[in-house]
Ligand binder design. Structure first.
Ligand SMILES: [Zn+2]
Length: 91
């Protein structure tokens, strides 16, 4: 193999290596789409996953260690916020 062919092969390898971060990003995006993060809360209105946006002691049940969580629907067409009673010891 002459040196010029070796150089051409090497450049192909370098070009592939440079694509790895881009490919990794695309794989991560695909995996995120396939396995959306699990949420233990769901929207009371549309049933989509809801995300905790704030936490404070529950106004009534705080002596038992309960929290009041405000959760916001992840569905951009809904976005309803509601509250949940949550006891960390119950999980
Ligand atoms: Zn919703």
């Amino acid at each position: 193999m002459n040196v010029l062919i070796k150089m051409a092969e090497w450049q192909k390898i370098v070009a592939l290596a440079e694509r790895v971060p881009e490919l990794e990003k695309r794989i991560a995006a695909l995996e995120a789409g396939r396995n959306p993060p699990k949420s233990k809360f769901s929207c009371a209105v549309c049933g989509a996953a809801a995300q905790v946006v704030s936490e404070k002691p529950h106004p009534t049940f705080h002596p038992f260690g309960d929290k009041q969580l405000t959760v916001k629907c992840n569905n951009p067409n809904c976005g309803v916020e509601s509250t949940r009673r949550f006891n960390p010891s119950e999980g």
